[in-house]
Design a protein around this ligand. Structure first.
Ligand code: NAD
Ligand code: SER
Length: 320
């Protein structure tokens, strides 16, 4: 049975990854952690929690030894929009944190999962069906840390034999936790605003194309990649994964089929628009399909229906 540590576990992905890992490996075998303290009664309270700042080697080392951890899911990071506001902090957390996680993993023989992003690509990358192996010259601090992170994880695998694996996530759409300051956040916010107010003001232009993935598929990707047969993996850090290409206008149209009268207008945020314009329109995820049978379940229509059903129930409960 694996003994698992999740860093940055109170964020958008961790809020759903921790319960999924606990279901698989048992509550006591999955240690959640974050630089924030866990609010009472929150998701994840059924198992162990440690306060860990991923830039503090001692805190990571103590938790790994105390809980005899063999696998680390390293989610702690600063996302793209916040990283452009605070590039020095993004470098410190995204690179400094990853380096320390890899070093502790090397000393203790742990496997490491590290999520990369579409942000690892840049304006000179082929934009449509972006290949697995291609030009990566990002123009954002977030992207710089993601490319460097992919390379560092591969280095630790090649040089020290560490079992490092990762995916390049597109925008993630979820109904459990709000996103933490990214460029794709509109694709989550739009659902909350549509259900509450039947109106959303979007910070990206209506025609901005980006790939998205529904969180249940993203969680399945993490679980499946980490359990994949290593002999089949030609790549490690990181695999393109995706399931739909959206624009704000297309998503608004689909939401309107469920919530008649929903309207959208646009107040463009130049910083986030520039980030989005430097990223791919869509990804080619065939390497993930070939090497570890990546096969997402939700499509655009089933994701939209499921989001609206689940969020409507959640918002209604919160208002009662
Ligand atoms: P998030 O912002 O929702 O959560 C990140 C968590 O990290 C937060 O709970 C935060 O408190 C914690 N954190 C920040 N600094 C820390 C530190 N110094 N030490 C420990 N914890 C710290 O992010 P997320 O969406 O859950 O993303 C997790 C990972 O997945 C990140 O590497 C991100 O780049 C990547 N990713 C996310 C998306 C997405 O759409 N959500 C897409 C691509 C890649
Ligand atoms: N959703 C993430 C962001 O916008 C993509 O990595 O930062």
């Amino acid at each position: 049975m694996r003994k698992v540590l999740v860093t940055g576990s109170l964020g958008q992905i961790g809020s759903e990854l921790v319960p999924a890992l606990r279901k698989r490996y048992g509550d006591a075998n999955v240690v959640a952690s974050d630089v924030r303290m866990m609010p009472a009664g929150s998701i994840g309270a059924e198992g162990p929690f440690e306060y860990i700042d991923c830039t503090d080697m001692r805190q990571i080392q103590e938790a790994i030894r105390k809980h005899r951890i063999d696998t680390i899911y390293h989610l702690a990071a600063i996302l793209s929009a916040v990283a452009e506001e605070k590039p020095h902090i993004a470098w410190s957390v995204n690179m400094g944190g990853l380096y320390r996680i890899l070093e502790v993993a090397r000393q203790n023989g742990c496997a490491v999962f590290m999520p990369s992003s579409i942000g690892a690509f840049g304006p000179t990358t082929p934009r449509d069906r972006t290949p697995q192996d291609t030009i990566q010259r990002p123009t954002t601090m977030y992207g710089v840390t993601k490319v460097a992170g992919e390379l560092l994880c591969d280095y630790y695998h090649l040089r020290f034999g560490l079992d490092t694996r990762g995916v390049r996530f597109p925008g993630l759409i979820s109904n459990v936790a709000l996103p933490g300051g990214g460029t794709t956040d509109y694709a989550v916010e739009i659902f909350y605003e549509a259900i509450r107010h039947r109106h959303y003001t979007c910070f990206l232009k209506p025609e901005t194309e980006q790939d998205m993935l529904y969180m249940p598929d993203a969680i399945q990707a993490i679980l499946n990649l980490m359990e994949a047969d290593p002999a089949r993996l030609k790549h490690r850090n990181s695999f393109n994964v995706t399931n739909m290409t959206l624009t704000p206008a297309i998503l608004a149209e689909e939401i309107r089929r469920h919530i008649p009268g929903f309207t959208i207008d646009y107040e463009i945020d130049p910083v986030r628009q520039a980030i989005a314009d430097s990223w791919p329109n869509s990804l080619d995820d065939s390497a993930a399909r070939q090497e570890w049978d990546w096969s997402p379940e939700f499509d655009f229509e089933t994701m939209t229906r499921d989001m609206i059903e689940k969020l409507s129930r959640k918002i209604k409960r919160a208002e009662e």
